[in-house]
Design a protein around this ligand. Structure first.
Ligand code: ASP
Length: 594
């Protein structure tokens, strides 16, 4: 072994011992005579002292930051008054007897220091240097610990880890595929998996019973703070199981993983229906760490003279004690509401005596003003914000403003986990009156809503519920799952409601429909984003901080230069030619098919 100890593990018990550590020079203080080096390795940092009269075999004044060293020396207590309580090894230092420069280093183009924020592009271009920082080291360690805990928790519950292929036919998760042209079948392409969805269902038909995989998934959607092109999901599926079984097992597994990583007791998981989440929080991924709940004031304005509230759902947000919010902040909120799709946002200040002060107050009857104060529970000094229009829009707008006004920073306010159940089967109805599925099209409709699904049309179909459930942590959607359709008849019926012609369904999913004819067990499953869970547990706002080699916001990798042009010879081999190259800049389509 080149070393006897890790730098970060030197402690007072070793005083008097000769040790050898290897690592990088994190910092160096050259006082002309004595030279102090902080040596960093995977375990932490230790101070090395090269005394002026020591013959160590290296010129201590020539050593620079990030040089790679092997240092032999004697551990000793630091002199009185020089103990560094911030550093785990801060009570000791190593008096060097031999220093070997294993490699020199150019000056680092980014600071390798947790306290300074370097430019994002530079951090990604020199990711291998960024990875030396304590922040990324501890995030990656946390991630590995989480993966191990997930494997343990699932393995001990009878789940089998199975790898599914990366080169596949398109999966139906609703985003754009990344495609890989085939050399042996020119003109044809594989798709990279958006999820292992169809394969895990086939595993159930294959009798695997309980499957899981820590799966890489790829979706060509615009990256953002909680989304990268490539991401990792904990993907699972169970046979002879219903929604309750899946929620119970996944809840235990997530709880066990959180406990293993943080040492904190597994948080309790609340449960809300989709309707309740939308009505109270204006979001299907409610952040339950704070109040500011939305209130339905529609009834109060049932007979109103005020045009903007007539025939509309009126939702209100009571912001306690914010009645003195300035005009520019209020204008900012109105602007935000408009960006979110609302025609406007009505604000009112609650005055002493309970009357309202607002530009629109003169349009509201006294009964309406009293009713509004009553239904919101407002008291003098509060601010009321109201959005009116189609219910989903009003909820959505106030839900977003609620987050703007009250959301605690990531890592604060505890961990609030919730299952959101009874999702609508369809997200919206397109211009041709065709429903767009809220999840993938293999989701089982709610048995009580089959009649409506069969005979309903247009907007009525939005009331059809599915047996789908999402897991939400502090306002982040961790993942989703559902009971699956397992008979060819129901699946064909859903394809037809979605307007997918039988030939198209056969061409794309014929193999699944065929498999369903050979004894598919009832099955249900779930998948959640490992990157997101790690980011939340690490207190990071951006999942890039918990991925070793992430991409930028525009999907580029400044380190390797990807995506790069390919050689004409490669194109010829693949039977491809580039007609013109243009930036697409479009976001991922919604709705999975065709
Ligand atoms: N395949 C789904 C997804 O990736 C999760 C599931 O339904 O199991 O979102």
């Amino acid at each position: 072994m080149m070393r006897t100890h890790y730098a970060g593990e030197i402690d007072p018990a070793q005083c008097g011992d000769t040790v050898v550590v290897c690592g990088w020079v994190a910092s160096r203080r050259d006082h002309g005579g004595v030279v102090f080096l902080d040596i960093r390795d995977v375990a932490g940092i230790v101070q090395v002292v090269i005394d002026p009269d020591a013959t160590t075999g290296a010129d201590p004044h020539g050593i620079r930051a990030e040089y790679v060293l092997r240092v032999e020396g004697v551990v000793r207590d630091r002199p009185d008054g020089t103990v560094n309580a911030e550093l785990p090894t801060g009570a000791v230092e190593i008096a060097a007897t031999a220093v070997e420069v294993l490699n020199a280093a150019d000056p680092a183009p980014i600071p390798i220091d947790d306290r300074t924020e370097a430019d994002e592009m530079l951090r990604l271009k020199y990711r291998y240097l960024d990875l030396r920082s304590g922040r990324l080291q501890s995030n990656l360690r946390l991630r590995a610990k989480l993966n191990t805990a997930l494997r343990d928790a699932l393995g001990s519950r009878g789940f089998l880890e199975v790898e599914t292929p990366m080169l596949i036919a398109s999966t139906p998760e609703g985003a754009r595929d990344f495609v890989v042209p085939s050399r042996l079948a020119p003109g044809r392409c594989y798709a990279l998996p958006q999820s292992p969805q169809l394969f895990k269902q086939l595993l159930m038909v294959g009798g695997i019973d309980r499957y899981y995989q820590i799966a890489r998934c790829l979706r060509d959607e615009d990256p953002r703070a909680d989304r990268q092109f490539e991401f990792t999901q904990l993907d699972a599926e169970m046979s002879f199981a219903d929604a309750e079984d899946v929620m119970s097992v996944i809840g235990e597994v997530v709880g066990a993983a959180i406990e293993a990583v943080t040492g904190d007791a597994a948080p309790m998981i609340e449960r809300l229906s989709w309707h309740e989440a939308m009505a109270r929080f204006g979001s299907d991924k409610p952040d339950l760490r704070f109040g500011l709940e939305l209130v339905d004031a529609t009834e109060v304005f049932a007979a109103t003279e005020f045009r903007a509230f007539q025939g509309a759902a009126v939702k209100a947000l009571r912001v306690p004690g914010q009645g003195d919010l300035g005009r520019s902040r209020l204008d900012g909120l109105i602007e935000r509401a408009k960006q979110l799709g609302a025609p406007g946002l009505v604000w009112m200040r609650v005055q002493q005596g309970g009357m309202l002060e607002a530009p629109v107050a003169k349009f509201l009857s006294e009964g309406e003003q009293v009713g509004l104060v009553d239904v919101t529970g407002a008291t003098p000094g509060d601010l009321l914000l109201l959005a009116a229009g189609p219910r989903r829009m009003a909820d959505h707008v106030l839900g977003a403003i609620r987050l703007d006004l009250g959301r605690p920073p990531v890592g604060e306010g505890g961990r609030r986990l919730a299952w959101i159940v009874d999702f609508p089967l369809f997200e919206s109805i397109d211009d041709d009156g065709r429903p767009i599925p809220a999840h993938h099209p293999f989701t089982m409709p709610h048995p009580d809503d089959l009649e409506l699904l069969e005979h309903g049309s247009g907007a009525e179909l939005l009331d059809v519920r599915s047996l789908a459930y999402d897991l939400v942590l502090n306002g982040w959607e961790l993942g989703s799952g559902s009971v699956r359709i397992h008979t060819a008849e129901v699946q064909a019926r859903i394809f037809s409601v979605l307007g997918i012609e039988p030939e198209v369904a056969r061409a794309r999913f014929g193999f699944l429909l065929d498999a369903f004819r050979y004894g598919a067990p009832p099955h249900a499953g779930f998948a959640f984003g490992v990157d997101r869970l790690v980011a939340l547990l690490a207190g990071e706002e951006n999942i890039r901080e918990v991925i070793a080699f992430p991409k930028t916001q525009s999907g580029a990798d400044p380190l390797t230069g990807a995506p790069t042009p390919i050689e004409p010879a490669q194109l010829r081999e693949l039977g491809l030619s580039i007609t013109k190259s243009k930036q697409s800049g479009q976001s991922g389509r919604s709705g999975p098919l065709p």
